[in-house]
Ligand binder design. Structure first.
Ligand code: ATR
Length: 273
């Protein structure tokens, strides 16, 4: 049986094993998919022993996405642009790293949520692994200017430098948020709410057509999306659809089959919304 895994810290509550097993059942593909918990210092060794035991592919989640990129001997263009890997594919001499987070987000927003992203003035909160994963795909989807706000401004600058579109991307400080006006698309890619805090966000960021998107789902998405609703955002979206769509893209890379994501999304939404 083909062996797959998701590596993270923490990872034991990850929905990825369930999603991939369901995709496998749908497509008649037998696979073993487990969650492997490992601290950052143990990730390289854990991945290597997974490969030795026949592992053919893996997903990588927090906090290993940037380290995973370093451990690959081949990278897809989108993983290179993001500087972060969420999907590993075994080949003869090592790992090929790809990143399906961005395409997963864009597919959820433009498909399931029916949003036209083109020309949207965009605010990206955060410049860590999650922000890096989605920024290239947002640019490709045709969003307008992207303002990146991060506590550590060097990370926002590095993200913008890496994407090579200085005319379209702008770094700003949290303290500047009140002066930036309204955005058509606001994405929370910080881990703040996973730690139970929400950065101070002025309601002036939200206008009548604003879509507010949290890349997290479940309880972690509640504070930001509650803020957006209080500010009368037009649309609020959590990261559950992105999770299912990025998984579908990984599944396609490993098995060459595109699973049907809607039933999986509907079932998870009933339990985790
Ligand atoms: P992830 O892969 O989820 O992005 P990460 O790479 O550790 O995880 O990045 C976490 C992001 O959340 C960073 O942008 C971080 O900001 P800093 O780079 O300045 O640390 C952001 N973040 C975490 N806690 C935050 C908080 N309380 N307020 C604002 N931003 C926060």
């Amino acid at each position: 049986m083909k062996r797959y895994a998701v590596f993270g810290h923490p990872v034991l509550h990850s929905l990825s094993p369930k999603i991939h097993r369901t995709f496998g059942q749908q497509s008649g593909i037998e696979l073993d998919y487990v969650a492997i918990e490992c601290a950052p210092g143990d990730f390289a060794a854990a991945l290597s022993s997974f490969a030795k035991s026949g592992g053919q592919g893996a997903n990588v989640t927090l906090p290993h996405k940037q380290r995973a990129a370093e451990l690959c001997n081949l990278l897809s263009n989108r993983a290179r642009r993001a500087g972060a890997v969420n999907t590993l594919i075994r080949h003869d001499n090592g790992w090929l790293g790809d990143n399906t987070d961005g395409v997963g987000l864009v597919r959820d927003l433009t498909g399931r949520q029916g949003l036209d992203l083109r020309g949207r003035r965009t605010l990206l909160l955060g410049a860590g692994g999650a922000a890096r994963g989605v920024a290239p795909a947002l640019l490709e989807a045709g969003v307008g200017d992207v303002f990146v706000v991060n506590r550590d401004s060097t990370k926002a600058d590095a993200l913008i430098d890496q994407l090579g579109e200085p005319g379209r991307m702008h770094a700003r400080y949290f303290d500047d948020l009140g002066t930036l006006g309204e955005f058509d698309l606001i994405l929370n890619a910080t881990s703040a709410t996973r730690h139970g805090t929400l950065p101070t966000l002025p309601m002036s960021l939200v206008g009548p057509r604003t879509a507010a998107v949290d890349l997290s789902y479940g309880e972690a998405a509640i504070p930001f999306l509650a803020w957006a609703r209080a500010a009368h955002a037009h649309t609020t979206v959590d990261g559950l659809g992105m999770l299912v769509e990025q998984a579908a893209e990984s599944f396609f890379l490993w098995h060459g089959v595109r699973p049907d994501t809607d039933p999986v999304y509907t079932e998870l939404q009933a339990r985790h919304a």
